[in-house]
Design a protein around this ligand. Structure first.
Ligand code: GLA
Length: 378
């Protein structure tokens, strides 16, 4: 990938880049739709990532070429207000991050940027967070701040989603992509942004199966879930659903908002329990918690799809009490994550390939991942 990136940069800009930055995608093991409720999540970064090659420009132009989009290009200026561009929506993550870095007081120069990655599209593995962090780190490094605080970097990526992409997302994706530690999952407190690494047992495999159902055009459903959670928190008189250790009686709350709250309150408890089970290598307990998480996403949060439920059930049957499986990410498609003993990977992979077909009729993409480190310069 590095060679291809160098070549892309040279072809488009006629010189070698000054620096390279990378940031990983992520898979969430448990703790779904809890981040924007100030709660807990347990994701890890994955080896699939986005890379950005960069070189300073002396004017205030930012020129971008996207290798994964057939070499599509776009340009914007740092001199005037930076706005989203509907003709090149893929670039809005970079525009948003540049805008956020300027607001944070960095003296950005103009830049030539080339982008390349190996993240499957629509899998819900946070390719946008990876792009935000890689581009943000590259721009910060060009501005003389290669050690720019990684939590601030993540917050700037989240701000880009809110203001430039129309998704009112939480902080999980950007934060784990910025701060992950190789070999570990991160238990993140999304209120304080404290990250506690939980080392994965050596013989544990993280398997990700892309359903082939692309996430897309679902920001409306996502933002609606967020509103419902906020309405429930307000009803119960708390700042966020995180503040409820147990679910109170509905007390007149609309049944849909109540079901959303039931998922979030239970999911926070499950996530803390899962971090302990993972640290202790208790895969049977993890499996139970993952199954409960999936059921709550299906029945209370209503973000799964029948085909995804089927894929999860297939994995759960194949793995039994040796581990677990659940849908991962925002929902309405994307990927399923399974935790299982490494020695069972081939048998479970065979079961998935035999038992599941994507909507296009082909076999699903199965990835077996080792938790990667967060955003860095190369
Ligand atoms: C998306 C968002 C995250 C988080 C998850 C659901 O990935 O970007 O902030 O809310 O969905 O857990």
């Amino acid at each position: 990938m590095i060679d291809a990136l160098h070549q892309l940069f040279r072809e488009r800009f006629g010189a070698a880049p000054a620096l390279l930055a990378r940031a990983p995608g992520r898979v969430n093991l448990i703790g779904e739709h809890t981040d924007y409720n100030d709660g807990f999540v347990l994701p890890c970064a994955i080896s699939r990532q986005t890379m950005v090659a960069a070189r300073r420009r002396d004017d205030r132009q930012v020129r971008i070429v996207a290798g994964d989009l057939g070499g599509a290009t776009t340009t914007f200026s740092l001199a005037g207000p930076i706005t989203p561009d509907s003709a090149a929506p893929w670039s809005n993550y970079v525009r948003g991050v540049a805008d956020g870095l300027l607001e944070a007081g960095l003296e950005l120069s103009g830049a030539d940027l080339a982008i390349i990655g190996d993240m499957p599209q629509g899998a819900g593995l946070s390719s946008s967070a990876a792009l935000e962090n890689a581009a943000g780190l590259a721009l910060a490094a060009l501005a003389g701040q290669p050690d720019f605080d990684r939590s601030r970097l993540a917050l700037i990526g989240q701000r880009a989603e809110h203001r430039f992409a129309g998704c009112q997302c939480g902080i999980m994706d950007q934060l784990v992509s910025a701060r992950a530690i190789a070999g570990a999952a991160l238990l993140i407190d999304c209120r304080s942004l404290d990250c506690t690494p939980v080392t994965l047992p050596a013989d544990l495999a993280v398997m990700i199966v892309h359903s082939g159902i692309e996430r897309g055009l679902v920001d409306g459903e996502y933002n609606l879930r967020r509103q419902q959670c906020e309405a429930a928190a307000q009803h119960f008189g708390v700042a966020a659903l995180r503040d409820l250790a147990e679910l109170p009686a509905a007390g007149g709350l609309d049944p849909v908002a109540y079901a959303r709250a039931r998922h979030v309150v239970g999911e926070n408890t499950r996530t803390l329990a899962a971090a302990q089970a993972l640290a202790a290598g208790d895969l049977a307990r993890l499996g139970v918690l993952m199954a409960e998480s999936h059921a709550a996403m299906r029945d209370d949060f209503e973000i799964t799809l029948p085909a995804i439920d089927g894929l999860v059930a297939l994995l759960q049957d194949a793995i039994g009490s040796a581990g677990g499986a659940r849908m991962t990410g925002g929902g309405f498609g994307g990927a399923v994550v399974a935790l299982l003993p490494a020695e069972q990977v081939e048998r479970v992979r065979a079961a998935v390939l035999a038992g599941y077909r994507t909507p296009a009729g082909g076999p699903p993409l199965v990835m077996v991942e080792t938790p990667a480190a967060g955003a860095s310069l190369i």
